[in-house]
Design a protein around this ligand. Structure first.
Ligand SMILES: Nc1ncnc2c1ncn2[C@@H]1O[C@H](COP(=O)(O)OP(=O)(O)OP(=O)(O)O)[C@@H](O)[C@H]1O
Ligand SMILES: [Mg+2]
Length: 303
């Protein structure tokens, strides 16, 4: 068992707080706040892989914290310091760098997806209908082409299974015009500013998913922001529409799984060590390129 899973087991037995386990994060409800621990789990095609990517949770946490800071937007992070009762259960600091204390928000039941380029479900939709989530587009766009302007294409947050793309109209009917419009405009603003920043550092944010929540009667940005788990990151200098792109995100893992014999309908196979290591390198590169800093690992267990 890894040091992290030892610590997770310790918390599970000793912390008197309800825990909710997402695909990637362990979330403890501390009453008026949340403890969000980003583990090293990685998911693809809606399945969590049996083995994780070492330090991935730290990479995602450090990148999200960077964005929350520089975007200057109302967000959920209170601190990245562990409460004493949690730190006491973590003498080797395996939780440090991967844990945040957040405001406890009421999650908006839509994922706010913004697309600047045509790939993934947007590309499939376009090939079938000539539009993306009901938004008509010019003819003859290539795979991974830049869109005339970024599109807001919300999806429902499914409790189980696939999130489903919906039209803005569906979101408006569910949340009301004012809230839906605010979410759309603020999400587009985060994408535009994030993409402009990343582009100067050599990364295109092809698309991204944001989550928002209500806190004290206003909407704040929650969850993670502009990470390789929630976005497609492409090296800007290699971008070439007309096919798939090299990437700093999960695409490398997805392509490995596509080539493998796994049917995507049963528990996935253990990931080979070279796939783990190369995925890790890509995540680290994204962090380093965007923030200009390398990952700090307390008590570096990897030597
Ligand atoms: N500030 C916050 N307040 C309340 N909930 C939050 C906050 N930030 C994130 N969350 C929720 O915590 C969970 C984070 O866990 P994770 O990202 O691993 O879950 P997931 O697998 O993406 O989603 P889920 O398991 O909910 O389908 C998400 O459900 C997210 O909506
Ligand atoms: Mg998530």
């Amino acid at each position: 068992m890894s040091e992290l899973s030892n610590t997770q087991a310790l918390l599970q037995t000793n912390l008197p707080f309800p825990k909710r386990q997402g695909k990637v994060r362990d979330v403890y409800d501390l009453g008026d706040r949340l403890l969000m621990i980003s583990t090293d789990r990685i998911s693809a095609f809606d399945w969590v892989m049996p083995n994780g990517i070492p330090d991935k949770g730290r990479i995602l946490t450090q990148l999200s914290l960077f964005w929350f800071n520089i975007l200057g937007i109302d967000h959920h992070v209170l601190t990245d310091e562990l409460p004493p009762e949690v730190a006491a259960l973590d003498p080797n600091q395996t939780l440090v760098g991967r844990s945040i204390i957040t405001k406890k928000a009421k999650v908006v039941p839509f994922e706010c997806v913004i697309r600047g380029y045509l790939e993934g479900s947007g590309w499939r939709d376009y090939q079938n209908t000539g539009s993306v989530c009901g938004i008509p587009l010019p003819a003859n766009l290539q795979q991974c082409a830049a869109l005339p302007e970024p599109l807001f294409t919300p999806a429902t947050k499914a409790e189980t299974g696939h999130d489903e793309n919906v039209s803005f109209e569906v979101m408006r009917q569910s949340l009301g015009n004012d809230v839906a419009t605010e979410l759309k405009e603020r999400s587009l603003d985060v994408y535009r500013r994030g993409n402009a920043f990343a582009k100067e550092r050599g990364i295109l944010v092809a698309d991204t998913k944001l989550e928002w929540g209500w806190f004290e009667n206003r909407l704040i940005l929650i969850d993670e922001v502009l990470t390789p788990d929630s976005s497609r990151f492409w090296p800007a200098n290699q971008w070439k529409p007309g096919g798939p792109q090299a990437s700093f995100d999960k695409q490398f893992l997805r392509e490995f799984l596509d080539r493998s014999s796994w049917d995507k309908n049963s528990p996935p196979p253990e990931l080979p060590s070279d796939i783990v290591e190369q995925t890790r390198m890509r995540y680290l590169e994204a962090l380093e390129q965007i923030t200009g800093k390398s990952l700090v690992i307390p008590n570096n267990p990897r030597g």
